[in-house]
Design a binder for this molecule. Structure first.
Ligand code: AHR
Length: 514
């Protein structure tokens, strides 16, 4: 029997504009993301353009992904950009020490990445090397990419095939520098940040946005100590920073990405839902030092992290992706929308074949994961005005292992740990309301009874993402087991829209506001 779940949209309660960058992506030199996932080389039998897979570009392009972070991750702090330019035959072979000692042929470098971004229509975000690099190396990378005039570096770029500058806007100053990026203290990193950032020059026509490497999970002390020194040190150097990037991985629950119980489904969704505490917690600390929010908060790595699939290399972080991951993505994007005033950019980890990916790629085959379909479903929110979405109902749990297992991820500050049977968000763009919502119950259908206050919606187009059951997934053999439904029209009855939600599903309802 369907449970009725009440929800209300308050059109008058505006939260903020939803930054399109909340749908950002991340591509690290890790496992089979770059090599085989994106890059096959011009001589490959797999159809490609300049070495980049056509099928992958065709699959990703419709998502209009706003930004792509590269080349890491941990890899960024050991990457030397000069290794990846010039004739392919002259590029040095390196070892990817962070990720399984895999060979790094450097066939995919600055120009190839810029070409990939151009094909997708996405903005590049470069993560610079602070851990094992030098200030000079970063300064020269910026000049190589962004200088339009006559200099040896700009001319080298031209000689390598790019007459026009790449105009890279987003520059990360290191990655997880409290961990794999150098094991620094926040105070030491803060000084290094300032030093490196000083040399990310604003060449004419370019407008760099510099991003400091922030905390992992709920590492509140990193945020506090970093901003304490930034703002209350020798002088206030906040103006040197455009963004501050936290990371949040909700982890896993159960035996693997594909083997879990209903309780473990709930456990993972609750851990994903806890991203709210991360956003609120870090922003609350930042607000003490930066009440006008001049420094933007980013979450440039997020997602589920399951055990590596059997038979896949240990260093490759390859995992399958089910409807549970779809709900992880949907809940997270809903939280982002509901905190549109606080979050500027977010990058799911990672785009292809690694962690919670949008695509799985093997030889000449490409599969769109359930997570891919969530990004597709949520596209209309981008650039919309987020408005308050409230759902009733109790927090749900199985009463046992859910609460037990989640104790570890309980956030001690900035947000309670909870999961409602119905979670969602709402936005308005060009007079059209977009509501997305998750029936988080793995086995019971629900009916969302949606009330719109502050305006009238006569009918809504509804699209649903659901599988056969809560374990559903797409495989190379059955690539479309999970896909978006056709759009159905739901007429309002009085003030209410009644929308059927299968167990463990995500829906989107869109309608003109009168
Ligand atoms: O996404 C995988 C890794 O997770 C990244 O390289 C690192 O930044 C994080 O710890």
């Amino acid at each position: 029997m369907e449970t009725v779940q009440k929800a209300v949209v308050l059109l008058g309660e505006k939260i903020g504009t939803i930054s399109p960058y909340l749908h950002g992506q991340f591509a690290e030199h890790l496992g089979e993301l770059v090599y085989n996932g994106v890059w096959v080389g011009e001589d490959s039998a797999i159809p490609n353009t300049g070495g980049i897979r056509n099928d992958v570009v065709a699959a990703l392009k419709p998502l209009e992904l706003p930004v792509l972070r590269w080349p890491g991750g941990c890899f960024a702090d050991m990457y030397h950009w000069r290794d990846g330019i010039g004739p392919q035959s002259g590029r040095p072979k390196r070892v990817n020490v962070h990720w399984g000692m895999a060979p790094e042929p450097n066939s995919f470098g600055t120009h190839e990445f810029a070409a990939f971004c151009r094909m997708l229509g996405t903005e590049p975000y470069f993560a610079g090397n602070v851990g094992s690099g030098t200030v000079q190396e970063l300064q020269e990378w910026v000049e190589y990419c962004n200088f339009a005039g006559d200099s040896t570096l700009a001319n080298e770029r031209r000689a390598n095939g790019a007459a026009e500058p790449f105009n890279i806007k987003y520059w990360g100053i290191g990655n997880e520098n409290g961990g794999c990026g150098g094991n620094m203290t926040p105070e030491y990193y803060m000084d290094l940040y300032m030093r490196y950032r000083t040399y990310v020059y604003r060449y004419p026509g370019s407008d760099p946005f510099c991003i400091a490497s922030g905390p992992m999970q709920q590492d509140w002390p990193w945020t506090r100590r970093f901003f304490e020194k930034t703002c209350k040190g020798f002088w206030n150097r906040k103006g040197m920073m455009h963004g501050f990037a936290a990371h949040y991985y909700c982890g896993t629950a159960g035996k693997s990405a594909t083997e879990y119980t209903a309780a473990e489904w709930l456990e993972l969704l609750a851990k994903a839902r806890a991203v709210e505490g991360i956003i609120v917690g870090h922003r609350t600390i930042m607000d003490e030092y930066d009440p006008k929010r001049e420094v933007k908060l980013l979450l440039d790595e997020w997602g589920a992290w399951h055990p590596i699939e059997p038979g896949k290399p240990m260093g490759g972080l390859y995992q399958q992706n089910t409807m549970r991951d779809a709900l992880v993505a949907a809940l997270t994007l809903d939280v982002f929308n509901n905190h549109a005033d606080k979050l500027y950019m977010a990058n799911i980890a990672q785009m292809i074949n690694v962690l919670q990916s949008l695509l799985l790629v093997q030889e000449d085959k490409v599969v769109k994961t359930p997570t891919y379909h969530v990004f597709d479903l949520y596209r209309p929110h981008k650039g919309g005005q987020a408005v308050r979405f409230l759902s009733g109902g109790e927090s749900i749990s199985d009463g046992g292992s859910f609460a037990q297992n989640c104790r570890d991820c309980y956030l001690d500050k900035g947000g309670a740990f909870s999961l409602k049977a119905l979670e969602g968000s709402a936005s308005v763009k060009d007079g059209t309301l977009c509501v997305t919502a998750c029936n988080t119950h793995p086995t019971e259908p629900a009916e969302m009874e949606l009330e719109i206050r502050g305006g009238k919606v006569r009918e809504a187009k509804v699209v649903t993402l659901a599988g056969k059951d809560f374990l559903s997934l797409n495989t190379f053999e059955r690539p479309s087991a999970v896909k978006l439904s056709k759009s159905a029209t739901v007429e309002a009855k009085g003030k209410l829209l009644r929308i059927a939600m299968p167990p463990g599903s995500v829906v989107r309802a869109m309608g003109k506001v009168e």
